[in-house]
Design a protein around this ligand. Sequence first.
Ligand code: 0O2
Ligand code: 0O2
Length: 212
Amino acid sequence: MRKWEMLLTPYKQAVDELKVKLRGIREQYQKSSQHTPIEFVTGRVKPISSIIDKANRKNIPLGELEEKLQDIAGVRIVTQFVEDIETVVELIRKRKDFEIVEERDYIDHKKPSGYRSYHMLLNYPVQMITGEKKILVELQIRTMAMNFWATIEHSLRYKYSGEIPENIKMRLQRASEAAFLLDEEMSIIRDEVREAQKIISEKQEQSRKEQL
Ligand code: 0O2
Ligand code: 0O2
């Protein structure tokens, strides 16, 4: 147990730091009354039981987890519009505080399950008392519609231990199409929505200042 704690400590640090940094981007956009491409940020360190399950499934020896299991640390950015994903990806590419190891575009190339999301694998440096340690972090960037679908599908996968019945699989594929259409429709009225949100955020900022 102690060994797991030692192994996972820098992963927790990496997730916590990235959450603060990415939420900071959202705050900067909000303060400048611009549309924020980041709706919310979450993150987690994979639970030990899931690490062991995935390592067994992928034949990864426990001694090689750090190099071969790429999503022990996971951070997720959820956006309102598909176009925001590109903005976020550009913001991430410009940063100097970590390296991008790989990008996987499951939006242009959705998975057979219907899963859509943009994944970036980061090499994030954590300052430990023993010196710097680079940690792999999987960053998932997706719209709220993609996130809704993935969350539901993830629960069903869990319920059926990965073997989702065919009729439910088919429904999920249709739901994935529906989520895609929802993203498309929202993109079309994006300017209208953004204008409305700008008015609301300016009003909120105004009343916040009045209360001070
Ligand atoms: P579930 O539903 O069983 O998965 P905060 O206090 O907001 O700083 P907190 O409360 O620790 O942070 O959690 P946060 O960051 O709001 O969200 C954690 C939840 O988001 C977890 O759910 C994860 O499922 C999910 N999550 C976030 N990012 C990722 C990611 O990159 N990959 C995966 N797989 N999941 C992610 P719970 O609470 O564990 O419950
Ligand atoms: P959890 O419970 O989310 O932490 P693999 O696991 O082999 O499919 P690989 O090659 O490690 O995937 O990397 P990939 O596919 O780029 O990213 C893995 C993570 O993406 C998954 O983590 C999920 O969070 C998410 N993901 C990928 N495919 C799907 C899918 O079809 N449905 C849903 N809901 N999520 C998906 P884990 O390990 O599954 O675990």
